[in-house]
Design a protein around this ligand. Structure first.
Ligand SMILES: NC(=O)c1ccc[n+]([C@@H]2O[C@H](COP(=O)([O-])OP(=O)(O)OC[C@H]3O[C@@H](n4cnc5c(N)ncnc54)[C@H](OP(=O)(O)O)[C@@H]3O)[C@@H](O)[C@H]2O)c1
Length: 256
């Protein structure tokens, strides 16, 4: 068990990749805080924080489902406080909550542009700011940001399907990753970002790209293996890295 005795917060764990990572951490012995907005089954996508929590408990680990909107400072503070009360500290934070707006720039209302930036970057900032003091008390920790190839993909002829705001937000998240890593080396906290090379088959992607050819899509397993590997790091190990799942698997010989 690679994460035995560890406590992890996974944002956006009501479904999709966040849920898969939460379950992957539990299989490795971690107790998990399931943070997302859906406390009842989401009508569009399915999944809820309680559903994920049940599955974590079925694996034999403790789960704390907490309704949390990562764009709200009060909501993030309350979630982290509950984690502290329930588990006495936090070792791992996965900033996975993410949204895109699938439209060209001229058709993107300001509030949608702001929402994409708020969830993907401001959410990660608020969660880090609130969790870091708890990790410092533990003597170290690991922060994992979930990015996307959209951060630096340049298709000359094909518009980015997930919208430019999403790419801008993920580029910001990557810059945040190595900036924060250099601040937190002295506190023994690793900060890394990972992104899948192929589309991960999640509820969100199935909804937004219903008509897409899914033959090349992958299960979340490789991203989960990468997250488990990064969750074991502190500042003496892998930090300040922004890598794809394929790169991490090759560089560190990860077994899926
Ligand atoms: N799937 C892929 O191929 C792919 C590729 C590259 C990167 N990613 C990244 O991977 C992450 C997960 O994507 P996914 O495909 O699993 O998407 P998904 O199925 O749509 O799941 C998104 C998760 O984010 C949560 N979320 C959204 N807004 C939130 C908010 N304001 N506060 C808290 N939680 C919020 C959702 O929960 P609630 O609705 O319950 O709040 C949900 O659990 C995202 O960061 C995405 O950008 C995915």
């Amino acid at each position: 068990m690679k994460l035995k005795g560890k406590v992890a917060i996974v944002t956006g764990a009501s479904r999709g990749l966040g849920k898969a990572i939460a379950l992957g951490f539990a299989r490795e012995g971690a107790d998990v805080v399931i943070a997302a907005r859906s406390d009842v089954e989401n009508p569009k996508f399915g999944g809820s924080i309680f559903k994920t929590a049940e599955e974590v408990k079925a694996i034999g680990q403790k789960a704390l489902p907490v309704q949390c909107d990562v764009t709200s400072e009060d909501s993030v503070n309350a979630m982290v406080q509950k984690a502290q009360q329930e588990f006495g500290g936090v070792d791992i934070l996965v900033n996975n909550a993410g949204v895109a707006f699938y439209a060209p720039v001229v058709e993107t209302p300001l509030k949608r542009w702001e929402m994409v930036i708020r969830v993907n970057i401001i959410g990660a900032f608020l969660c880090c700011k609130t969790v870091i003091p708890l990790m410092v008390k533990r003597g170290g920790g690991s922060i994992i940001n979930i990015s996307s190839l959209a951060a630096n993909d340049r298709h000359e002829d094909v518009p980015i399907p997930t919208g430019v705001a999403y790419g801008v937000a993920k580029a910001g998240l990557e810059r945040f990753t190595f900036g924060l890593a250099s601040e937190l080396g002295k506190d023994n906290i690793a900060v890394n970002a990972i992104k899948p090379v192929r589309v991960v088959n999640t509820e969100g992607m199935r909804f937004w790209m219903a008509d897409a050819d899914k033959s090349e899509w992958q299960s979340p397993d490789k991203m989960v293996a990468c997250a488990v590997f990064l969750a074991q790091q502190d500042a003496c190990g892998v930090t300040a890295t922004v890598a794809s799942d394929d790169e991490l698997v090759a560089w560190h010989g990860l077994i899926i």
